[in-house]
Structure formats: C-alpha cells, structure tokens
Design a protein around this ligand. Structure first.
Ligand code: B12
Ligand code: SF4
Length: 492
C-alpha cells in the first residue's frame, strides 16, 4: 500500500509567518506534526510519502504514485483542504481525513471516503483493521481520550526538515482550565495527559540525528497543565539532554500562572526554553469573567509578564476583542496594555465561535450565530452578532491592529522588551542563516522599508544598551515586517 500524507496550505495569516520566512530562506514555520505522528501508526510495510503544500506543490505524479491519501487540516486550512480533496477524488484516489478541521466539521465533508476523527491513537487502529478487510466505514469517532505512552515517535524522515523554521514535539494534551472560546478542552479534555520523558527524549534524539540544530516548539496547549510531571520528569531530562548539544532551543504555550512559580521559570530557562505564548486575552475584568478565564482574573497581568521576561523568557501574547462585556474604550486599553507589557508579538483577534466550544453553544442558544468561523481570527471577520455595534467593533479593531504594528509603536515595544529581558548566556554561534537574515533585513527594512529610521535606530540602541540581544532585535524587526504586511491596512 502506498500512502500519501497531504497537508493543505495556510493562508497568509499572522501565524503563517510567510513574509518573515523569506528572510531566513524557509518555506514554512512548522512541520505537520499530526500527519508525521499518524504516519508512524500506519503499518510498517506501507510505503509513505509526505507532501506539505506549504513547502512544495502537489504534483500529478505524487497522486499517480499513491493508493490512498491521508489528509489533515485545521479550520484555517479549509479552502485548501477542499481543493486538494477534489484533486484526489478526480484522480480516483481513496481519501482518508483526520485532524482538528474534520473532527469539528466532518458533516461538511461528505466527499471524503473515510473520516477518521478525534485522536488517531483510538480511531486509526479500528479503521486500519476494517480497511484491510475492505469494509471501512465512512466515519470513525470516539470520545475516548487516550493516554499518550503508546504514541509513537513522529516519522521525521518523511519531512524535509531544512525547509522549516522550527520543529515541533508534543508532551501533553489537554488543559486544566476551561476558557469558553477554546476548543482545546472540548477536543482534548481538562486532564492533561502526558508522554514519558523518555518518549520526548527519543523524539529529540530523532530530530538531532536528522541534523536539526534549531528551535523546537512544544505544541502543548498548556505545558504547565501538569506541573508535577513537568518539574520532576520532563525538565530535568531536558536539562540533561542539552548538555553538549548546542543550537537547540525550545518554546511553548502556557497559562499566566507560570509567573507565580519562580522555580519552574528557572528550570524552564535552564532547559533552554526562551519563549512562551500566553493567552492574556484582555485587561477587562468583566470580559475575563464572561469567558471563564479565571486564571487571569484579579492579577496584575503586566507585572506577571515582566516577571516572566526577567526570568529569561520572551512572552508572546494572545488577545481578544469582541466580548459582550467589552466597553467602547477596549481598543485603547488593549493598546496601552500591550505597549506597557513589551509583548512584541501580540496577536489580537476578533472573537470567533468555534464549533464544539461552550461559546458556540451559548451563542447558538441565543440565536446569535451567523455561520462557521474562518479559523483566522485576525482577518476581521466574526461568525456571530456581537453586543457592540458591528461597525464600531470592526473599525476599532482595524485601528488597534494598524496602531500596534505601525513602525513607531512596534519598535518602541521591542525596546521595552529588550530592557526587561534577562536571558542566561546560552551558547550559540552566529550562523550563516543569521548573516543572510541580517543582510536581507538591512536591504528590505533598512533601505527600502519606510521603517528604515526605526530599524537602524533600534540596532544602534541595542548595540549601546543590550549588545548581546542584537540577534533578537533583528529577528523581531523581521517579524514586524510580516505582521504589517499580512495583518494591517498599512502594508510594509
Ligand atoms: C502547532 C499548532 C499550530 C501551528 C500549526 C503548524 C503546523 N504546521 O501544523 C500554528 C502556530 C501555525 C497554528 C496556528 C493556528 N492555530 Co493551531 N494549533 C497548534 C497546536 C497547538 C498543536 C497542533 C499539533 O501539532 N498537535 C500535535 C498533533 C500530534 O496532534 P494533531 O495534529 O491534533 O493530530 C492528532 C489527531 O488530530 C489525529 N490526526 C491529525 N491529522 C490526522 C490525519 C488523519 C488522516 C488521521 C487519521 C488522523 C489525524 O491524529 C493525531 C494523533 O492523535 C493545536 C492544539 C493541539 N493540541 O493540537 C492548535 C490548534 C490546531 N490550532 C487551532 C487554532 C484555532 C489556530 C489558530 C486559528 C490560532 C489563532 N488564534 O490564530 C491559528 C490558525 C492559523 C493561522 N492563523 O495562521 C485550533 C484548531 C481548531 C480547529 N478545529 O481547527 C487548535 C486545536 C487549538 C485550539 N485553540 O483549539 N497552530
Ligand atoms: S488556558 Fe488556553 S488552552 Fe487552556 S482552556 Fe484556556 S485558552 Fe484553552
């Protein structure tokens, strides 16, 4: 059996980093970890190939080679997924689909032969048994949330690792919190399930053996969901693993209560974590209550962010406008908060209701739903009727984004961040890729860009005040170019 694993295209969105990737000669930010994991669960005797269309196009000869196509996607890849499925069907191939898009929207894909939903650890074995007998059903689904000890190491060899900016591994699934807009708990539950430290070390060894020497994203929904196993098992193992292995750093996602645990912060930094994404959402208490983001309530969120930055982790932040309790002043309050916090990569989205979430159910019951979400929450669309006047919300949101990513405020945020950020001196030589990125940034941002004075001003300031942070200053300038180009009316 010849299995083609197919990953649809990400549109030009905030997290695609498309405009930044050119500076480092990469095609995509991250590999399709779900598909690489599924590949490792397929029978060993099957031949397997991966086509991630973010990296290279799907060619007719790829389809001609395949007996069966396995496709994965999240909502934001819906259009590309549909187009690819149509091509597979036109070529007469059997299509098997799984992953987050199909798990929440399977009824909208009758053209797929087999929908193998939820977590493949549970549903795939049953499908494979039936498929081998020629009796496979249309839909395989299960509410079971499997333990992860049996999850195999992703088949890294299928991916062209050098085409990606970062690699990814997953230690846990699920999150103990219950924010009402989030599909993580709906899909993966509130009890964080973890792999063993030995499994993660085997995954990292695999990446190392395939020559990977860059950053690795722990794609956990909330890495600190199970603090005990993190503190006692994973982090000590990572600290040991990185001895004598230069060049590999980690980043992840966590909840804001990370700021309360100085020892854990120290351990993360010792294990080579240098960045964390945190869902901050809003400085408006009533909106935090509304969406049940209880872990963010009654806190000095700016002080929390600064504590994490001082410990040596850059903080990326997720923010949302469009809650029922948002007052008209919310746009300026978000701007003030973000500028003060020094969160350079601040992803502000308009609230969208994803199927399967409590928010979706609530809005449906209130008769306020308008359709399905686009999956890209920075594209300015909403799939429900907001409490605030829709035009006021849309205009306020546009102004907010344009302001945050305009060169003046953006470069000021980088300085605020660099003043606070106190990373340990991790070993790491300047690579050819860094030099290329710097050359390209000098040309694109420093000569052609309208931010040229901000760019050179920042570099001179960094050389004077924080010379060791020069690579970060260049990288964040490049990110700013991407955010301006993809997500604001300003362009670059
Ligand atoms: C990494 C990640 C990303 C990366 C994706 C990179 C990449 N190349 O894949 C980036 C950063 C780009 C990203 C972006 C976004 N993401 Co995202 N992301 C994740 C995250 C944290 C991990 C995904 C992952 O690798 N998981 C590990 C693998 C092993 O799990 P998996 O892919 O689910 O695969 C398992 C099963 O689904 C199944 N499976 C998967 N594929 C297939 C295929 C077949 C054939 C079969 C049989 C089975 C199967 O088997 C696997 C093993 O059980 C998930 C959360 C999560 N816990 O999964 C969110 C998640 C996928 N993202 C989500 C969202 C909403 C977003 C954003 C909209 C966030 C935002 N606010 O902007 C953006 C959208 C993109 C954009 N704006 O550009 C949602 C998706 C909702 C949905 N139903 O589609 C998730 C679930 C998180 C959430 N908040 O609910 N994301
Ligand atoms: S803390 Fe993050 S992952 Fe957990 S439920 Fe809230 S938004 Fe979802």
């Amino acid at each position: 059996m010849k299995a083609l694993l197919l990953y649809p295209e990400f549109p030009d969105t905030f997290w695609s980093f498309k405009h930044a990737l050119k500076f480092i000669r990469k095609r995509a930010a991250l590999p399709p970890l779900g598909l690489l994991t599924v590949a490792a669960m397929l029978p060993g005797e099957w031949e397997k190939r991966l086509v991630d269309v973010n990296v290279r196009p799907l060619r007719p000869k790829d389809l001609a080679w395949a007996d069966v196509v396995l496709i994965s996607a999240m909502i934001v890849q819906r259009d590309s997924a549909r187009a690819l499925i149509a091509r597979c069907r036109a070529a007469g191939k059997t299509v098997v689909a799984g992953g987050p898009l199909f798990t929440v929207e399977h009824a909208r894909f009758p053209e797929v032969d087999h929908l193998v939903l939820n977590e493949a650890e549970v549903t795939l074995p049953e499908f494979l048994r039936d498929f081998a007998r020629g009796e496979a059903r249309h839909v395989y689904t299960s509410p079971e949330l499997p333990e992860l000890e049996a999850t195999p190491t992703p088949l890294w060899k299928l991916a062209e690792l050098r085409r990606y900016a970062s690699m990814s591994v997953q230690y846990s699934r699920g999150c103990p919190f219950d924010c009402d807009f989030c599909s993580v708990t709906a899909m993966f539950g509130q009890r964080p399930r973890v792999k063993t430290a030995a499994q993660i070390i085997a995954e990292l060894d695999g990446l190392w053996q395939h020559g990977w020497r860059g950053s690795v994203f722990f794609v956990d929904d909330n890495l600190i969901g199970n603090k005990r196993s993190l503190r006692e098992e994973l982090l000590p193992a990572l600290v040991r693993w990185r001895q004598g292995r230069r060049g590999v750093t980690f980043f992840t996602e966590a909840s804001i209560n990370l700021a309360d645990d100085a020892e854990l912060l120290q351990l993360l930094v010792a294990a080579a974590f240098d960045m964390v994404f945190i869902g901050i959402e809003t400085p408006e208490e009533a909106s935090l209550t509304e969406c049940n983001k209880r872990q963010n309530r009654s806190r000095d969120l700016i002080a929390d962010v600064k504590r994490i930055q001082r410990a040596g982790l850059e903080v990326q932040g997720g923010f949302i406008v469009g809650f029922d309790n948002d007052p008209p002043a919310i746009f300026q309050r978000q701007i003030d908060f973000i500028q003060k916090s020094g969160i350079v990569t601040a992803m502000v989205g308009l609230l969208q209701a994803v199927p399967g979430t409590k928010l979706h159910a609530r809005l449906e019951a209130q008769g306020r739903l308008l359709g399905e979400p686009t999956g890209d929450n920075v594209d300015g669309t909403m799939n429900f009727i907001p409490r605030m006047n829709r035009e006021t919300l849309r205009d306020g949101y546009r102004r907010l984004m344009d302001h945050l990513y305009a060169p003046g405020p953006y470069y000021r945020r980088i300085r605020t961040f660099l003043l606070e950020f106190q990373p340990p001196h991790l070993p790491g030589a300047v690579t050819l890729q860094d030099l290329f990125a710097f050359g390209r940034a000098s040309l694109r941002l420093g000569i052609l860009g309208r931010e040229r004075f901000h760019f050179w001003g920042l570099l001179l300031w960094t050389l004077w005040r924080r010379p060791r942070r020069l690579p970060q200053a260049v990288m964040l300038s490049i990110y700013g170019f991407h955010f301006r180009t993809c997500c604001t009316a300003l362009g670059a």
